[in-house]
Write a protein that binds this ligand. Structure first.
Ligand code: AMP
Ligand code: MG
Length: 398
C-alpha cells in the first residue's frame, strides 16, 4: 500500500514531464480541424461590420412612429447592399443582415406591420435599438478572437473564417507511435485459436488518438521477444514524439517492453491508487516519451483518458484543464469502501446515475454501454440518493 501513488500525485508527476511542442507551421484554415493554435488570431475587421437588421422588416427612426399612422416605404435594402440615408418620416424595407440606413435607429419585424394607405402601419411602438445588431458587437477590429493554445474545433474554425483567416499558425502535429505486445493477442480478421484473444486495445487506442488529432505511427503487434521489442521500440522512439503501448507493465511481471525501455532509456513504474488502472509506466527513450498503459481494455481506456490524454494535449501545446465533471444523485449502492479511487462505468438516467452490473476491468462492453464514469473517493460508500461526481465521457472522445 505504502508504495502506491495517489491519483493526483501521479497526474502531477506526469504533467510536469510534458514538454509542449515548439515547432510552428502555417496550414490552410480548411485543413486545421483539431490542430492547436500557436499564435493568437487577431481580427482585422469589425464583426458585424456595420449596424444591421436582426430581422426581416422595416428600418425607421423610432421617434417617427405614431399610433395608427401609415409610413411610406422609401427604399428596399437587401442583405449585402448599402441603402441610402433614410428620408425623414419614411421607413426602409430591410432584410436580415442588411446594413441599417443612416438616420434609422430601429427595425420593426414585418409580423408587427400591415399594409395600409400609402405605406405600412406598425402595430407595436418601436424603441431605438430594437432588432438592431451593432457594429463590432461580436468582434472588434484588433481583438484577439482565438488564444494561443486553442484546439481548433468547428466553432473556432468558424470564428477564424468570420475574421477572414485563410491560413492559421499551428503547432506541428504530435507524432505518436503505438505497438502492442502479448502473445495471447490475435489481430481481428484472423482465426482465433483456443486460448487466444483478439487485440481490442489497438482499435480503441487508434480511435482515441485519431480523435485527438495526432499523427499516428501504428507499429502493430510485436512478438513477445526481447530483440523484436527492442528494435520496435527503437524505431518508435526515433520516429515519434511519444510512444504508447498497452499491457505488460504490471509490477513484477516478466515483460519485454519494460526491459526494452530500461535498456534504451529510463522508466518510472507507478502503482497508482486507482481502479481500474494501477500500473502506469512513464519513461523516456532518446527524445521520445514512453507511456505504458495497463493491458486490461477498460484500464487502458480509463488510464488513457485520465492520464495519457491530458499529457498528450499538453505535448501538443494545448493548455489542459481538469476533466469536466458534475455532481449527480446516485441510483445505485456501493457498499464496500475501497482502498483505491474507483472510476465506475455509469450512465446518466432520469432517476440518477446507474452502474453497469459488471465493473471488472476486463469487461469492455461496460465502456461501450457507459456515457461516463462515477468517481468514488477512497474509503467511500454510496447509497441511492447520495451525491456522486460524474465525468461525462463525451469530452474525452474529442
Ligand atoms: P497485462 O497488462 O499484459 O498483464 O494484461 C492484462 C490483461 O489485459 C490480460 O488479460 C491481457 O490478455 C489483456 N490484454 C493485454 N493487451 C491487450 C490488448 N491489446 N487487447 C485486449 N486485451 C489485452
Ligand atoms: Mg501481458
Amino acid at each position: 500500500m505504502s508504495d502506491m501513488l495517489s491519483f493526483d500525485d501521479a497526474l502531477q508527476r506526469l504533467m510536469q514531464a510534458a514538454r509542449p511542442l515548439v515547432e510552428i507551421e502555417s496550414v490552410p484554415a480548411d485543413a486545421a480541424l483539431g490542430r492547436v493554435l500557436a499564435e493568437p488570431v487577431v481580427s482585422g475587421v469589425h464583426v458585424p461590420p456595420l449596424d444591421n437588421a436582426a430581422m426581416d422588416g422595416y428600418a425607421l427612426l423610432a421617434a417617427d412612429w405614431q399610433a395608427g399612422a401609415c409610413l411610406p416605404v422609401s427604399q428596399r435594402i437587401p442583405a449585402g447592399s448599402l441603402g441610402d440615408p433614410l428620408q425623414a418620416g419614411t421607413v426602409a424595407r430591410i432584410f436580415t443582415g442588411a446594413p441599417l440606413p443612416l438616420g434609422a435607429d430601429a427595425v420593426v419585424m414585418q409580423e408587427d406591420t400591415e399594409t395600409g394607405a400609402g405605406g405600412i402601419r406598425i402595430n407595436r411602438p418601436p424603441r431605438p435599438g430594437d432588432h438592431v445588431r451593432h457594429r463590432g458587437e461580436d468582434i472588434r477590429a484588433g481583438q484577439a478572437v482565438l488564444a494561443q493554445g486553442t484546439r481548433l474545433g468547428p466553432a473556432q474554425l468558424g470564428v477564424a473564417a468570420a475574421v477572414g483567416s485563410t491560413r492559421l499558425p499551428v503547432y506541428r502535429r504530435l507524432r505518436v507511435a503505438v505497438f502492442f505486445t502479448g502473445d495471447e493477442l490475435i489481430p481481428p480478421g484472423e482465426p482465433l485459436p483456443l486460448g487466444r484473444i483478439y487485440n481490442s486495445n489497438r482499435a480503441t487506442l487508434l480511435a482515441l488518438l485519431t480523435r485527438l488529432g495526432v499523427q499516428i505511427l501504428d507499429l502493430g503487434q510485436v512478438p513477445d521477444r526481447a530483440e523484436a521489442t527492442v528494435s520496435t521500440l527503437e524505431q518508435a522512439a526515433r520516429e515519434a514524439d511519444v510512444v504508447i503501448t498497452t499491457g505488460g507493465v504490471s509490477v513484477g511481471e516478466e515483460d519485454h517492453v519494460r526491459a526494452a525501455v530500461q535498456r534504451l532509456g529510463r522508466l518510472d513504474l507507478w502503482k497508482v491508487a486507482m481502479k481500474p488502472g494501477k500500473p502506469l509506466a512513464y519513461g523516456q527513450v532518446g527524445d521520445a516519451d514512453f507511456l505504458g498503459l495497463p493491458g486490461n481494455p477498460v484500464s487502458a481506456f480509463v488510464v488513457y483518458t485520465l492520464f495519457a490524454r491530458p499529457f498528450l494535449l499538453a505535448r501538443m501545446g494545448a493548455p489542459t484543464s481538469p476533466p469536466l465533471s458534475f455532481q449527480v444523485p446516485a441510483d445505485f449502492t456501493w457498499p464496500r469502501p475501497g482502498s483505491r479511487r474507483e472510476f465506475l462505468r455509469a450512465r446518466l438516467e432520469a432517476g440518477g446515475v446507474t452502474l453497469y452490473a459488471n465493473q471488472s476491468s476486463g469487461v469492455l462492453t461496460s465502456l461501450a454501454w457507459a456515457d461516463g464514469l462515477v468517481d468514488i473517493p477512497i474509503g467511500t460508500t454510496v447509497r441511492p440518493g447520495d451525491t456522486v461526481r460524474f465525468l461525462p465521457l463525451g469530452e474525452w472522445l474529442q
